[in-house]
Design a protein around this ligand. Structure first.
Ligand code: PAF
Length: 299
């Protein structure tokens, strides 16, 4: 394996500087993950490899963003398989710290407050989740910041997030803009299985019947997307009814929102033809798994 594994921030800094110097590189990309990697993460890593001289992936299951201790314990840990996948994609460096390395003083007293966007959709059923996620993202972005590699200019610094977690992506973009982090956030489109299901580390907990039922989410989103592309009224109600007709799936929300503020765009959902830019977002549960998915609308 050519890929290197480091577990401390000091090793990460030293190794990424060494790699940048060795490659005469001028850019570094970071992909923050919690491991249990699938093809969606591989796509993030691949994009980081293509766009940067040095590509780093972090693997850290962040206790701060889990509500229930049982969810944290149940989160799959698959480091060896993760390393093999990242090695195959061409990632240079994996940063997999212990909790003690990231939170040496225990739970941080000072955290990122994710603000009003975090209170809705996913945040409504997971209080504190986005404060915890943004706090660790802020730390990881600092850990992964490349130093000067011999030249006068600092290397370009990019970080990669999946569009699947649309609310997380919007919040990370907002944090980076509002707090002037020296990093460019790159959004990478959702990767789906051939039948349309958005890939997720939690899909492994679906039974065969639940997995089949879960396909109704991407089907309903496709309905909305087709109507948007045809400049028709979105008729969200009928798409909602389709999801609700599936007995193994319990719908939480299905909305059409502004992609930046995540506020609902109610007028586009009824009688008027759809125009403009929006995001259709959906969340539901199937068995033990919370499913989220979305599709950008652009007309
Ligand atoms: O999307 C995730 O996997 C996590 O929320 C992240 C961004 C790695 C922070 O822990």
């Amino acid at each position: 394996m050519a890929i290197q594994l480091v577990t401390t921030a000091a090793q990460l800094r030293a190794e990424s500087a060494r790699l940048l110097r060795a490659k005469g590189g001028s850019s570094q990309g970071l992909v923050p993950t919690m491991g249990a990697l699938h093809e969606g993460h591989a796509e993030l890593a691949r994009t980081a490899v293509e766009q940067n001289d040095v590509a780093v992936v972090s693997i850290f299951v962040n206790p701060l963003q889990f509500g229930e201790a049982v969810d944290l314990e149940r989160y799959p840990r698959t480091l060896d398989a993760d390393l093999a996948l990242l090695d195959a994609v061409g990632v240079d460096l994996v940063f997999a710290p212990e909790v003690q390395e990231v939170y040496p003083g225990g739970e941080p007293l000072v955290r990122i407050s994710a603000g009003p966007i975090a209170g809705k959709w996913e945040g409504a059923s997971r209080p504190g989740h986005f404060d915890g996620a943004l706090t660790v993202v802020a730390k990881l972005l600092h850990f992964g910041l490349p130093g000067a590699s011999g030249g006068v200019e600092l290397p370009a610094y990019r970080a990669y997030f999946g569009q699947k977690d649309a609310q997380q992506l919007a919040l990370v973009q907002r944090m980076v803009a509002d707090l002037n982090f020296p990093v460019q956030i790159v959004a990478v489109p959702i990767v789906r299985s051939a039948d349309g299901l958005a890939l997720s580390s939690r899909n492994r907990f679906l039974s065969a019947a639940e997995r089949e039922a879960a396909l109704v989410l991407s089907r309903a989103l496709r309905l909305i997307e087709d109507r948007a592309n045809a400049n028709q009224p979105l008729d969200l109600e009928s798409a909602r009814a389709l999801v609700e007709s599936q007995p193994l799936v319990e719908l939480d929300y299905f909305e059409v929102v502004d992609p930046l503020t995540l506020e609902p765009l109610a007028e586009n959902c009824r009688d008027t033809p759809f125009r403009g830019e929006a995001l259709a977002i959906i969340a539901a549960t199937a068995g033990p798994v919370r499913l989220i998915d979305n599709v950008p609308l652009n007309s």
